[in-house]
Write a protein that binds this ligand. Structure first.
Ligand SMILES: [Zn+2]
Ligand SMILES: [Zn+2]
Length: 343
């Protein structure tokens, strides 16, 4: 089968011809119909994230049709439309048993530690496959498996409740989903902080207060939009110490800041005025959980989470096109996601 692989970090991805994976009794073989191209993939290609298992087929946002199912598989059958949870875990160790598989000591992410969806077929344990209803396109199903799922996990980790106000820092794939999910959960006012004019326009179109960080201090703008109160929940989706600090500073009383973007830079906050005095919380968010995926699929099925045609660009399963899409991710792109589609 054809696959687009990372052969060596720091080098371009390459077209390869590789064997179709053999499945075991608990696995499924999925014919890939859509695979999202994520910012993380650009990091993997560049070697910013440690890649121990090259050559590897990238692609952790995957949807398709079950081609073959192992003898012990009961949750899906050949022909089913499915989307794939990207963390393959053991299911038996302490954190796995608590449903916190992102802390599994042997966890493997598809498209990083094991072969992913930039290929004609992918093998995963059947427990990673979730039925994708006909109302949801393969493209949307794929994208949902990373940014939307993580956005929902961030809202869950922040214990977001109906009626609460939200500030979203960064309106890429995560922010686009976070806004819609917050609205689906019955949020109060939502402020979206961005620098990219096209993204500010689309946030406003979706009903958010667009906070243009080019136009002065976003904290002041958020305070103004919330009658001086600040927000209950803030989501930092950019991965910069500066916006993380802002995500803490914009909190109101009992506010919770969920940090999702990745950075190793030090975060400085003023403990008394910015956290203690308002009993604020700073919460780390890592990946998302298989147990959150059914709710996510339900939001998408009801149209509460959707990706319009102009949010998605499509490319072929072709190394040159995929490398070009990864290059684009080094700058702010106007659309939400580029997706590799196959018939
Ligand atoms: Zn991703
Ligand atoms: Zn485990």
């Amino acid at each position: 089968m054809r696959a687009v692989q990372l052969i060596q970090t720091g080098k371009l991805l390459e077209d390869r011809d590789v064997p179709i994976p053999e499945i075991g009794p608990v696995d499924v073989l999925v014919r890939v119909r859509a695979a999202g191209i994520c910012h993380s993939d650009a990091h993997y290609r560049a070697g910013i994230s440690k890649m121990d298992n090259v050559p590897v087929t990238l692609g952790h946002e995957v949807a398709g049709r079950v081609e073959k199912a192992g003898a012990e598989v009961t949750n899906v059958a050949p022909g089913d439309r499915v989307c794939l949870h990207y963390l393959v875990h053991c299911g038996t160790f302490k954190f796995c048993q608590r449903g916190l598989e992102q802390f599994c000591t042997t966890v493997q992410m598809i498209g990083k530690h094991r072969d992913g969806g930039y290929a004609e077929f992918i093998k995963v344990p059947a427990t990673n496959a979730f039925q994708l209803p006909d109302e949801i396109s393969f493209e949307a199903g794929a994208i949902m498996m990373c940014s939307s799922a993580t956005a929902l996990h961030a809202l869950n980790k922040a214990r977001f409740k109906s009626g609460e106000s939200v500030a979203i820092f960064g309106f890429g794939g995560l922010g686009f989903s976070a806004l819609q999910l917050a609205q689906a959960l019955g949020c109060g006012q939502v402020c979206v902080v961005e620098l990219n004019p096209a993204k500010l326009v689309s946030a406003k179109k979706l009903g958010a207060v667009a906070i243009d960080a080019n136009e002065g201090d976003p904290i002041e703008q958020i305070r103004e939009a919330t009658n001086g109160k600040g927000v209950y929940v803030s989501l930092e989706l950019i991965g910069s110490a500066k916006t993380m600090r802002q995500a803490v500073q914009c909190l109101g009383i009992l506010g919770r800041a969920a940090l999702v973007g990745l950075t190793t830079d030090a975060l400085s906050v003023l403990p008394y005025p910015e956290i203690i005095n308002k009993e604020g919380e700073v919460i780390g968010v890592s990946d998302h959980l298989a147990s959150e995926i059914p709710a996510l699929i339900e939001f998408a099925r009801n149209g509460k989470l959707s990706f319009s045609d102009d949010a998605i660009r499509v490319v072929d399963l072709d190394a040159a096109q995929i490398n070009a899409a990864l290059d684009q991710l080094q700058h702010s792109i106007d659309h939400v996601r580029t997706v590799i589609t196959q018939k």
